[in-house]
Design a binder for this molecule. Structure first.
Ligand SMILES: [Zn+2]
Length: 279
């Protein structure tokens, strides 16, 4: 599933190809392609010019020379492809032009958890993302506030950093990697950690995601392809995620995998001890 670094990679790809281009046609090809929160049908954006491609967490949107924006969420397997081979998974199709040049931008999505929508912006943010907290790469991100918010919660630290209403963009892979780097057990209670420990987790999350953006994003789902149609599998080195029984790169102890909210958590039982005592 694409996380922030993958979505940022897609955003950069779209930005490179689409800024200044006109959307000649926009066609919805699958009933679930358009989010029910869309304020207009997809073809409402026909004739608009693409001014900017923006992102918050995993939400992408095309800023248009209109009152509304084209918003997109990749869900589990959404892809943007320019002039790809025909696919039965194409959910929406945009014809984008510049001068005489015309290209087809396909929104493909095998599992149909992704969507597009036409929405008004509120202070620059689409309505469907207004409850989504700023991600660590935004100027609106206030780390002190996020630390305090997490510290107030009586939940596991991993649950807190995955909560997109507290801080956006962190998914399962980067959560495990961040907690490993910060030497914090995923099941430590957020309210029991010190503010400096929570800050360390957030700093590590930012660092891990920044590195992944540099590499071009990573995904372990071969359904995910970036905007150019290249494979989305970028080989960043993972220390914890998916490394069950492999030696911890820091201490050599075998990485452990435990169940977590229908998925898994990976951690080093030596470097990451559960903190349950009061501070
Ligand atoms: Zn270790």
């Amino acid at each position: 599933m694409p996380e922030l670094p993958e979505v940022e990679t897609v955003r950069r790809g779209l930005e490179k190809h689409l800024i200044g281009r006109k959307i000649q046609r926009a066609t919805q090809l699958h009933p679930r392609a358009l989010n029910p929160r869309s304020q207009a049908p997809l073809d409402a954006i026909a004739g608009a010019k693409i001014l900017e491609i923006r992102r918050r967490g995993k939400f992408l949107w095309f800023v248009l020379d209109r009152e509304y924006a084209l918003v997109a969420h990749l869900g589990m397997s959404g892809q943007f492809l320019i002039n790809p081979d025909e696919s039965k998974h194409t959910r929406a199709l945009l014809t984008v032009s510049r001068g005489l040049r015309k290209d087809q931008l396909h929104f493909n999505d095998q599992r149909t958890f992704g969507w597009v929508s036409v929405e008004e912006l509120h202070n620059g943010i689409p309505s469907s993302a207004t409850a989504i907290a700023p991600d660590p790469f935004e100027s609106k991100y206030d780390q002190g506030k996020v630390v305090a918010e997490i510290n107030r919660r009586n939940v596991k630290i991993k649950t807190a950093i995955l909560n997109q209403n507290i801080v956006s963009g962190i998914g399962n892979i980067y959560a495990d990697e961040s907690l490993w780097l910060a030497k914090i057990h995923p099941e430590s209670l957020a309210s029991v950690l010190t503010k400096s420990e929570i800050k360390r987790v957030l700093d590590c999350a930012t660092e891990v995601m920044r590195k992944a953006i540099v590499v071009g994003g990573t995904s372990f789902d071969d359904l995910y392809i970036n905007v150019n149609g290249e494979s989305g599998y970028f080989d960043i080195s993972l220390n914890a995620y998916g490394q069950e029984d492999e030696p911890c790169p820091r201490c050599g102890r075998a990485i452990k995998r435990i169940a977590f909210a229908n998925r898994s958590s990976h951690f080093c039982p030596r470097c990451q001890r559960v903190k349950s005592s009061t501070r």
